[in-house]
Write a protein that binds this ligand. Structure first.
Ligand SMILES: NC(=O)c1ccc[n+]([C@@H]2O[C@H](COP(=O)([O-])OP(=O)(O)OC[C@H]3O[C@@H](n4cnc5c(N)ncnc54)[C@H](OP(=O)(O)O)[C@@H]3O)[C@@H](O)[C@H]2O)c1
Length: 294
């Protein structure tokens, strides 16, 4: 497994399993299949409502807790200093673990910025106490990253953002590089493009783009494998989601081939500059009223 070293020296696997939209039952199957296949990073969140099942699958896995890089996220209803500490304790309890390897603020809330900053200070405390081995944010723009760091002096180790061949986030990645922040790619194979449409089959997808399918044929690989290889060669941490053990194995079989520089550039050129997920500037607790139960 290829890894990247975060700014505080912690090693993070470059490929993991995501469990957004995985039902509780499917989560157990998927996490178990992934850990048996060789995955060593699992990405969940309080808002996915499957932390309990992730924890259950971890306890029954053929590998020890120390061998798995566990990521979870604080939901916006728990922003604020003491609220965040409580949200973290609740996640640990559901997961059945003493520490997490990476703890993220799930979203910025520009309209509720004081609470966002207070939550980040609490996450800094969790790092200082060793309860989170590394900390980060998700869906933060360069401007919001700069302001968060200005106000707290705490630089995230990771920013987890929408990133796939149709939305390559070049500008944001340059900011990450300057600040020493690792880029973690959500919807790495473009899953988000099918979420908010009545006809998912008709939605555009990098998986069916001729540049990608052409490279797949050339390398004797699948489209998903070509895209995941592109992430790895860029040094992004990719967390593809699947509840299908066959696809979970497929998405992991990406360490036995390499894309040439020109092939990487051809995929880079597919960028549309358009995100498919929600605009992070619009997120607040009024538009997203979900609350996490204890
Ligand atoms: N921080 C955030 O705001 C945020 C937002 C979204 C996602 N995430 C994280 O990122 C993870 C991945 O993102 P995502 O789930 O949105 O999208 P994704 O991983 O790009 O795509 C997942 C979709 O692709 C399908 N799929 C998986 N492997 C495939 C393959 N080899 N060939 C064809 N189809 C395949 C899956 O279906 P099957 O399950 O049926 O295989 C699912 O519908 C999430 O699970 C979550 O952990 C974070």
């Amino acid at each position: 497994m290829e890894k990247t070293t975060l700014a505080n020296g912690v090693a993070m696997p470059l490929l993991g399993l995501g469990v957004y939209r995985s039902s509780p039952e499917d989560t157990i199957t998927a996490v178990s299949a992934a850990l048996s296949t060789g995955y060593r990073l699992i990405d969940t969140a309080a808002a996915y409502r499957n932390e309990t099942e992730v924890g259950e699958a971890l306890r029954n896995a053929p590998v020890g807790r120390d061998d798995v890089f566990l990521v979870t996220k604080l939901w916006i209803s728990d922003y604020g200093y003491y609220e965040a500490l409580h949200g973290f304790d609740r996640s640990l309890k559901k997961l059945g673990v003493d520490t997490v390897d990476l703890y993220l603020l799930h979203q910025p809330m520009p309209n509720e910025w004081q609470r966002t900053v207070a939550a980040w200070k609490a996450v800094g405390r969790l790092l200082a106490e060793g309860r989170a081995k590394a900390i980060g944010v998700s869906n933060f723009s360069p401007e919001l990253l700069a302001d968060l760091i200005d106000r707290t002096g705490i630089v995230p180790h990771v920013n987890q953002v929408e990133l796939h061949p149709f939305f390559t986030q070049e500008g944001l990645r340059a900011t990450h590089e300057r600040l020493g922040i690792a880029t973690q790619a959500w919807s790495p194979i473009g899953g988000v493009m099918r979420y908010f449409t009545d006809d998912p089959e008709a939605a555009p997808s990098p998986l069916s783009h001729p540049v990608i399918t052409g490279l797949a044929t050339r390398h004797g690989k699948t489209a998903a494998q070509v895209i995941l290889r592109w992430h790895l060669q860029h040094g992004f941490c990719a967390i593809p989601k699947s509840v299908n053990p066959r696809r979970i194995a497929e998405n992991f079989a990406v360490f036995d081939f390499a894309l040439a520089d020109a092939e990487m550039t051809a995929i880079d050129a597919l960028d549309t500059g358009l995100r498919s997920g929600p605009n992070p500037a619009d997120i607040d607790t009024v538009k997203y009223p979900l609350r996490i139960e204890d």
